[in-house]
Design a protein around this ligand. Structure first.
Ligand SMILES: [Zn+2]
Length: 182
């Protein structure tokens, strides 16, 4: 699931000349809510948490956030790594695939705790809540051009960042789920 990295991956991401990993789910949905959303079959993202001393439940210490490239949709904001689902691809699989592609997160290092689905008339977004399998083991890194930065953000610092609006709206509930063990 983890793509090989080209040896000449630039250290400063630049806009790709064409979509760098065009997949069957790539495309916009004109939704009856009046907005358009990325992902013909919906989208999914990984909310990966680090808990103090590796315990599950109670407030997490930090989560992995992605500083989205300025040229991307709602660029410059912070959110979780994720993207469009492929046809018939379960949301958990899509979130783990995208986290591997965008953040170099090995699915083997992740324990899925649950999901949270945002339903729209013609689209959905699934947040996959997860924790590190071994505390301290995951060091996310920028592995494709969609990000300026990907790093652990302390939970107390999350709301100080310019968040993707949909993530900002969902974050209090998602934090509650993580705190309850998801
Ligand atoms: Zn919608």
């Amino acid at each position: 699931m983890r793509p090989a990295q080209p040896p000449d991956l630039p250290s400063v991401p630049a806009p790709p000349q064409h979509p760098h990993h065009r997949q069957p789910g790539d495309g916009w949905v004109e939704c009856a809510c009046g907005r358009r959303h990325w992902g013909l079959f919906g989208a999914a993202g990984l909310l990966l948490a680090r808990y103090p001393d590796g315990r599950t439940g109670g407030a997490p210490d930090a989560i992995v956030l992605q500083h989205r490239a300025p040229w991307s949709d709602q660029g410059g904001t912070w959110g979780v790594p994720g993207g469009a689902r492929n046809p018939d691809e379960p949301a958990v699989d899509a979130a783990l695939r995208e986290a591997a592609e965008e953040a170099g997160i090995d699915p083997a290092d992740v324990v899925v705790l649950g999901t949270s689905v945002l339903h729209h008339p013609d689209w959905s977004y699934t947040t996959v809540l997860a924790r590190e399998r071994v505390p301290g083991a995951v060091e996310p890194a920028v592995t494709d051009p969609e990000s300026v930065e990907i790093r652990w953000v302390r939970v107390g610092d999350v709301e100080a960042l310019p968040l993707l609006p949909a993530f900002a709206e969902a974050w209090p509930d998602l934090l509650g789920r993580l705190t309850a063990g998801a």
